[in-house]
Design a protein around this ligand. Structure first.
Ligand code: NAP
Length: 290
């Protein structure tokens, strides 16, 4: 396939370019300022020139706290930009995979979430991403929207590396025991995007590694994988949020509300694509050793 990757310079975008190239596809990386997804005319021109069979949208405003004070900019990339790509893909009838987030959920249900569960984003970022999903599927119902969470990979700064480096440097790092996630590697996501392009399915799918954990469990697991004198201590959201909020305020930012529980049920994706993702622990092990 000829595949255009929007946001090809981001953490996931770079992995998608790498994986798609390795699988033998012709990859056309779309990066700003050359291709800005908020400019629909420019997208039309690039699409006409590049003649892709498919587009994968990894472009987004991803500064979660920054979105609280940059509402228009977040919505411009995450809603308008996503919708533009869907319009362009629909016009040419080409496959489109769009990436969304677990932050569309309110986070108040304590069991793995289904694609059909109620959305109610608690942050501007989550609201803008949900608006993007709606814009994509309204313009192009044949598109695939992937909801995922807590991404890590070799092509961008991420919490896994930050914790590993902190342990090596001898820091003590507190993590909460009462917020649940599933850390997800970019290799799995990139592979899932390519499988979706080759499939005939559409609509919303959850894609994450297997299992789920508190951020304290995740950090403790990472600490066990690396050598260093650093330590992980436990805290709770009630204790931690005021500290984080004060830190944000000190630099003129607002701490966005994150879902308390956002482990996603991935059975729909695993059944459709016949992929069995690594557990979050194995994916982190592979990342750290690689
Ligand atoms: N990171 C996570 O933990 C996480 C969790 C759940 C879902 N997601 C979703 O996963 C996707 C990829 O995230 P990521 O972590 O790879 O993000 P990232 O590293 O921040 O990369 C995002 C990329 O999007 C580009 N971009 C932003 N606005 C654009 C626009 N208007 N036109 C063209 N390009 C634009 C940026 O370009 P510049 O390089 O020019 O700034 C950047 O390269 C996003 O949809 C994100 O919402 C991420």
């Amino acid at each position: 396939m000829r595949i255009c990757v929007a946001g090809a310079r981001g953490m996931l975008g770079q992995q998608v370019v790498e994986t798609a190239t390795a699988q033998g596809h012709t990859v056309l990386p779309w990066v700003r300022p050359d291709v800005d997804i908020t400019n629909v005319e420019s997208l039309m021109e690039h699409c006409a020139g590049d003649k892709p069979d498919a587009i994968i949208n990894c472009a987004a405003w991803t500064d979660v706290d920054g979105a609280e004070t940059n509402i228009d900019a977040a919505f411009l990339s995450n809603r308008t930009g996503a919708g533009n790509l869907a319009k362009v893909a629909a016009l040419s009838g080409i496959r489109l995979v769009h990436i969304s987030t677990d932050f569309v959920y309110p986070g108040d249900v304590h069991r793995p979430l289904l694609e059909t569960d109620k959305t109610d984003p608690q942050s501007v970022y989550g609201q803008s991403k949900l608006a993007g999903e709606v814009a994509v599927l309204e313009a192009y119902p044949a598109a695939v929207v992937i909801r995922t969470g807590y991404i890590f990979g070799h092509h961008g700064p991420n919490l896994i590396d930050k914790i590993a480096n902190g342990i090596k440097a001898g820091y003590n790092m507190p993590f909460v025991t009462d917020q649940w996630i599933t850390p997800t590697g970019t290799p799995l996501l990139a592979d899932a995007c390519l499988h979706f392009l080759a499939s005939d399915t559409s609509g919303i799918y959850h894609v994450t590694q297997g299992g789920g954990c508190s951020t304290f469990e995740m950090a403790t697991f990472i600490a066990e994988q690396v050598n260093g004198s650093g330590t992980i201590s436990s805290t709770t959201l009630d204790e931690w949020e005021p500290v984080q909020s004060a830190r944000c305020q000190a630099v003129g930012r607002i701490l966005a509300k994150r879902p308390v529980y956002s482990v996603l049920d991935t059975q729909k994706f695993r059944t459709k694509l016949s992929i069995e993702p690594l557990s979050w622990q194995d994916a982190i092990r592979v990342h750290i050793s690689g």
